[in-house]
Write a protein that binds this ligand. Structure first.
Ligand SMILES: [Zn+2]
Length: 523
C-alpha cells in the first residue's frame, strides 16, 4: 500500500461532509486526503516516511479560503507609509511630514476617505507639508488616489483625460487637476513614474505575506486580479506556496475580440498551488469614492453611472466568456450594479447557473436577494469592510447612501436566508487578511451593519470553506474533509463554530496544511 505523507491524530475534526460530519484522524497522501476516521482507520496508512502530527484536541476544519483577495497586486498597492491609522486631516498632514521618502517620493496607502472630514479630496490639503516631494496616496478602497502637483507633473498629467472606463482625472473650474484620481485608468497614469520595489524585494514580500496568511489559518485565496505570473510562477517552482492561489484576470471596458481571446487562453494556466480560473469584471467602484452604481444618486449627487459606460458591452463580454466556458466574477457594490450583473446572468438562461459570482454587494434592496439562489449566482462578501462604517451613520459610506440604503448594508444573513451561496473574504489589502477576523465579523458585523443579524458560526465557516469552493466551481475537490479532496486543512485551538466570535478572532492557529504540506505550525 502506498504511504501517506502526513497523518493527523487526536483532533476534533469537523469535516463538513454530510456522509461523515465528525472524525478524529486524517491521513494525507500526494496532496489529497487518503483517509478520514479515527486512529484505527489511519494507522494502516502509516509508512516509514510518514509524518505524524498529534493535534491534542485541536479543532480541524477544511482549509480556510479567502474568497476575495489581492496578495500579489496588493504588494504594489500596500507600499510606502501605512495611513490606515489616520482619522483626520491633521493626522494625515503629520504622517506625511515625517514619512520616509522612497526614491524621493512619498507613497502612502490605506487612507480612509473619512480622513478628509467631508472635504473634497484635493492636493492643496497636503502639498505644503511635503517640501516639494512628489506624493501618491492610495485610498483604502483601491479605487482612487491623491497625487500632488509634483507627482502629476512627473507623469505629465496636466488636465482632464478621457478613458474607455468610467475613470476621471478630477479637475477644478480652470481645468487643472486637483490630484484626485478616480478609478483604475486615472490612477494608472502615474504607474510609469512611481518607484517600484525590485523583483527580489517583491519576491521576498510575497513569500512573507503568504506565510503570514497561512499563520491565520488560510490555505487558499481567490485572487481577484491577474497577479504576476512570472513572479508567482518562479516562487512556486522554488518553494511551496503556503496559500493556494486562484487568479481571475480583469476584463475592462474597451476590451476587444483579441482581449477576450487572451483571457480565454489564460484559463487553466499555472503551476503547483496556483492557477488562472475565471475573469474579474468591475460593474462599479465604491460608495465612499462616489463611484458605486446606484439606483438613486448619493447625497453628493454622485453614483448614477456604471463603470462600463455602456452596460450592454459588459453583458456582451460576459456572454462571450460564458460561451467559452469561463467563470466570471463581477465587482458590484451599488444596487444598480448588482441588479445589472444579475440581469446579465439571467439572460444567459439555464446554462448560466452556478458559473458566475458577484463581489461585494454592499447595499441591495429586498427584491434582489432571492435572485442569487434562483439564478445560481454566488454572493462573495467581505464582512471586515463593515468596520469602515459607523453605526451612527456619520461615516462617508453611510452619509452618501442615506438611512434606507445604509440600513441594507452587507446583507449576509438575508442572502443566506434566501438560499444563496455566500462566500467570504477580506479583499486584502482593503482589509486585514486574517481569516479569523473574516469569520468573526461575519458573525458580528460592525458599523452600519451592526444592527443586522450576522451569520451563525457554521455559516461563517462554510463561507470560508464549502461556499467558497462552490463560488469557484471547486466543490468536488475542496471545501470539505473527505477522501479524494485536497489536503488543505486548518487546525484551531477553539471550535470555530461554537466559540464566541470575539474569542475566535484571537484563537491560536495550531496547524495549516496546503496540499498536504505543513505550511504553518503554532503552539
Ligand atoms: Zn477586490
Amino acid at each position: 500500500m502506498p504511504t501517506p505523507g502526513l497523518i493527523l491524530t487526536g483532533a476534533k475534526v469537523r469535516t463538513l461532509d454530510p456522509a461523515r460530519p465528525y472524525a478524529t484522524a486524517v491521513a494525507v497522501r500526494d496532496g489529497v486526503i487518503a483517509a478520514v476516521g479515527d486512529e484505527s482507520d489511519v494507522r494502516d496508512w502509516r509508512g516509514p516516511g510518514t509524518e505524524v502530527v498529534a493535534l491534542e484536541g485541536a479543532h480541524l476544519v477544511p482549509g480556510l479560503v479567502d474568497a476575495h483577495s489581492h496578495p500579489v497586486w496588493g504588494l504594489d498597492m500596500a507600499t510606502g507609509v501605512d495611513l490606515s491609522g489616520v482619522t483626520d486631516l491633521a493626522g494625515l498632514r503629520a504622517a506625511l511630514a515625517t514619512a520616509e521618502r522612497i526614491d524621493g517620493w512619498v507613497i502612502g496607502h490605506a487612507l480612509d476617505h473619512n480622513a478628509f472630514e467631508g472635504r473634497p479630496v484635493h492636493r492643496t490639503l497636503i502639498e505644503d507639508v511635503l517640501a516639494g516631494a512628489p506624493a501618491f496616496l492610495r485610498l483604502y478602497d483601491g479605487h482612487s488616489a491623491l497625487a500632488t502637483g509634483a507627482a502629476l507633473a512627473a507623469a505629465d498629467v496636466t488636465g482632464p483625460r478621457s478613458f474607455a472606463q468610467r475613470s476621471e482625472v478630477v479637475c477644478d473650474a480652470e481645468g487643472r487637476p486637483t490630484g484626485h484620481l478616480v478609478e483604475h485608468a486615472a490612477m494608472d497614469l502615474l504607474a510609469p513614474v512611481l518607484p517600484r520595489p525590485s523583483y527580489a524585494a517583491r519576491r521576498a514580500r510575497l513569500v512573507e505575506l503568504l506565510s503570514a496568511m497561512a499563520a491565520t489559518g488560510l490555505t487558499g485565496a481567490h485572487v481577484m486580479d491577474a497577479g504576476d505570473a512570472e513572479l508567482v510562477g518562479s516562487v512556486a517552482r522554488e518553494t511551496v506556496l503556503p496559500v493556494r492561489l486562484r487568479f481571475a484576470p480583469w476584463c475592462m471596458p474597451g476590451v476587444d475580440e483579441a482581449g477576450l481571446a487572451e483571457l480565454i487562453a489564460l484559463q487553466g494556466r499555472g503551476g503547483r498551488h496556483w492557477q488562472v480560473g475565471g475573469v474579474k469584471f468591475f460593474m462599479d467602484g465604491t460608495v465612499e469614492g462616489g463611484t458605486a452604481w446606484l439606483e438613486h444618486a448619493d447625497c453628493h449627487g454622485q453614483g448614477t453611472e456604471a463603470f462600463w459606460p455602456d452596460p450592454e458591452a459588459y453583458a456582451a463580454a460576459v456572454r462571450h466568456l460564458h460561451t467559452a466556458g469561463v467563470r466570471t466574477a463581477t465587482h458590484a457594490i451599488g444596487d444598480a450594479a448588482v441588479r445589472h450583473a444579475l440581469d446579465v446572468v439571467a439572460a444567459l438562461g439555464p446554462t448560466g447557473r452556478d458559473r458566475h459570482r458577484i463581489e461585494h454587494i454592499e447595499t441591495a434592496p429586498d427584491d434582489l436577494l432571492p435572485r442569487f439562489a434562483e439564478l445560481g449566482v454566488a454572493a462573495s462578501m467581505q464582512p471586515p469592510h463593515t468596520a469602515y462604517t459607523r453605526a451612527d451613520g456619520t461615516d462617508e459610506w453611510s452619509r452618501r447612501l442615506g438611512t434606507t440604503r445604509a440600513a441594507h448594508a452587507w446583507r449576509l444573513r438575508d442572502l443566506r436566508d434566501a438560499g444563496a451561496t455566500v462566500a467570504l473574504g477580506s479583499d486584502w489589502p482593503i482589509a486585514h487578511y486574517d481569516a479569523r477576523a473574516v469569520l468573526a465579523t461575519a458573525r458580528a458585523p460592525r458599523g452600519a451593519a451592526s444592527a443586522r443579524a450576522g451569520l451563525t458560526g457554521l455559516e461563517a465557516l462554510e463561507g470560508c470553506t464549502s461556499h467558497a469552493a462552490r463560488a469557484a466551481g471547486e466543490a468536488e475537490v475542496t471545501g470539505r474533509i473527505a477522501v479524494g479532496y485536497r489536503a488543505d486543512l486548518t487546525a484551531l485551538s477553539l471550535d470555530p463554530v461554537e466559540a464566541p466570535a470575539d474569542e475566535l478572532a484571537e484563537a491560536p492557529v495550531r496547524l495549516t496544511t496546503t496540499g498536504g504540506h505543513v505550511v504553518h505550525r503554532g503552539d
